[in-house]
Design a protein around this ligand. Sequence first.
Ligand SMILES: [Zn+2]
Length: 345
Amino acid sequence: MNENALKPVYSDPSHLVILGAGASVASSLKNPEPNGKKLPSMLDFIEVVGLEDIVQSLPIEFDSENFEDVYSKLYEKDPQSDIINEIERRVSEYFISMKLPPEPTIYDYLVMSLRPKDVIATFDWDPFLYDAFWRNHTKTRLPWSIYLHGNVRIGHCVRDMRKGLVGTHCSKCKLPFTPSKLLFPITQKNYSADPYMKTEWTAFADALKHSRLVTVFGYSVPKTDVEAIRLMSEAWGTSGDRNLEQFEIIDIQAEDIVYERWAKFIYPGHYDYSTDYFDSRLGLSPRRTAEVYMHKIHPSTAEEALRNERNPVPRNFTTLEEIWTWFDPLIEAEEEASQLEDSDQ
Ligand SMILES: [Zn+2]
C-alpha cells in the first residue's frame, strides 16, 4: 500500500465503467468458473449454450452462425412462438447456474476499486457482477450498478420501479420480482419499450453525461446494436464537447482496432489503453481514479503531484479477506475525509 495514495479524497468526479462479454472472459481466464462453464461469444453462442438441436431443426432461411441473427429472424416471424420461449428458457438456464469461484476474481477487484459516486454498467447476462456485489457489500459502500441487457440475477417490479434478486419480493407491493427479459431482436432493439429497461438506460445516459472518467472493459459495441450506439452518442455528445474527459479501454484486441471503435467518443490524446485490468486506472489507482485524474488536469502543487503516485493493487490475492485487508486503509481514509466534510458544514 502506497501511503501517499490514501489522501486527499474527493467526492467527485464520478467514474463510469462499462462492461461487455470480454470482462467476464478475462475474469474466467484468471479464475475459471467452478463448473467449467464457458463464456460464449456471439459466434460460438449456439454451441456453448446448447441450442444446436433447435437451430439445426430450423428451415434454411434461418441459417446463420450468429445467434443474434437467428433469434432476430425467429422473433420477426413470431415473437411468441414455442421455439422463442424454449431458446429464452435455455439461455437463462445456462447463465443462471454460473457462479464465481471462491477466490478473488477481477469482479471482486472491480467492485472494491470504485466508490458510491461511481457506476458500473454491464451488457452481460452472467451473474458475476451481481454476485461480486453481493459478497463484498458488507465491506464498504459499493458503486451503483446498471444492467443494460437485463441479467439472470435481476428481477424488477414495474409498478414500483424497483429491482432486486430474482426469487425475492418487491419491498413495497410484496409481489415476486419479474425476471428480466434477456433477449431482444438486434434489428429492433428498443430499450425504451420495456419500462424496466427504460429506467436502466436513463440511468446509464445520466452516468455518461456526468462522468469525467469512462472505462470500457471488454465491450465491443456491435454495429448491429444501432439503438445502443445512438443512445450512448446522444448522452455523451461529441468528443469536442468532452475535451476534459478521459476515456479508457481495456481490451485484448489491438489498440488501433479498439481505438477506431470508440474514436468519436475520445477527445484527441485523452485516452488510455491496456490489455490487462491490472494495468488500467482501476488496477493502478483503485478507489482513487478520480483523484489521480484531477491532479493530472490541475497539477497545482508539488504535493498534489506527489499524490499521483501509483498504488497498484496486488493481483495475486488468494482469499477475499486478503483483498479486504488491503483495501482497509483506503476505506478508512475515505471515512475520515467524510467526517471532516460533515464537521465543516
Ligand atoms: Zn412492487
